[in-house]
Ligand binder design. Structure first.
Ligand SMILES: [Zn+2]
Length: 242
């Protein structure tokens, strides 16, 4: 299990980000976009294929269906469920667990949020103690999204411990999010954090970004996937309203 401290591993935010992923400041409305941009060829997770985005109907091809000057584009995307910033439902881990279509909106939208900035990795119970996580979207700001689209993103990434997952269940967190490649230790093939949180119907959001733009308290969090039957994971447009 890799052990390292925040000071020697936490990247400088924005220093390694791809130009397409330049940090987005809060919008005029105050909303904070916490999602990565999905595009053709994006590698989200090593070993999974990147999305292939093509035209199903190009603007040129569409013209024959409409009057002069009227055209449309219909795109096609072929992707695995785990693409970009995404949400895991219990079905991702458990055959009998709730799938995306069965998750109530109350578990995904307008959740009171809390942003945790752990002092050391892996992220253990001490990061969450003395914080009221009950009923909240608990977002873990590790700074690792600065490595998005680099090889470093997949190596020695921050994760939560099994005891941290148990703590979050016992203290009734509503949802848990992280700006890292996996909420679990990728070397632990039991995937205890996924197993514990999803068994307790606590959705997980991974590959968040821009968490440093959030206050520690006092925001609402939204991460709503498409309502797909018999599907466990789907990209979300995650955002917060301070
Ligand atoms: Zn996951």
């Amino acid at each position: 299990m890799p052990q390292f401290t925040q000071t020697d591993q936490r990247p400088t935010a924005g220093s390694l980000a791809h130009p397409m992923e330049a940090r987005q400041p809060e919008s005029i409305s105050g909303m904070v976009d916490l999602s990565h941009t999905v595009f053709d060829g994006l590698l989200t997770y090593k070993g999974l294929p990147p999305p292939v985005i093509t035209d199903y109907m190009s603007r040129t091809d569409s013209r024959k269906f409409y009057t002069d000057g009227t055209e449309f584009h219909i795109g096609r995307i072929d992707m695995v469920a785990n693409t970009g910033t995404y949400l895991d439902s219990p079905f991702h881990r458990y055959e009998g667990g709730k799938d995306l279509s069965e998750l109530p909106l109350e578990k995904l939208a307008d959740l009171p949020g809390i942003c945790i900035r752990p002092k050391r990795f892996p992220v253990d119970c001490d990061a969450f103690e003395n914080n009221d996580v009950a009923g909240r979207a608990v977002l873990v700001d590790t700074g690792w999204s600065a490595h998005w689209r680099t090889d470093q993103y997949f190596e020695h990434a921050p994760f939560l411990t099994e005891s941290a997952a148990r703590f979050l269940v016992q203290n009734k967190a509503a949802l848990v999010g992280i700006d890292s490649v996996n909420i679990d230790d990728m070397n632990d093939k039991r995937r205890p954090v996924h197993s514990i949180l999803l068994q307790n119907e606590i959705p997980i959001v991974e590959h968040l970004t821009n968490l440093s733009c959030l206050p520690s308290h006092g925001f609402r969090f939204f991460a709503i996937p498409v309502k797909v039957k018999a599907f466990g994971t789907f990209p979300v447009r995650a955002f917060a309203i301070p």
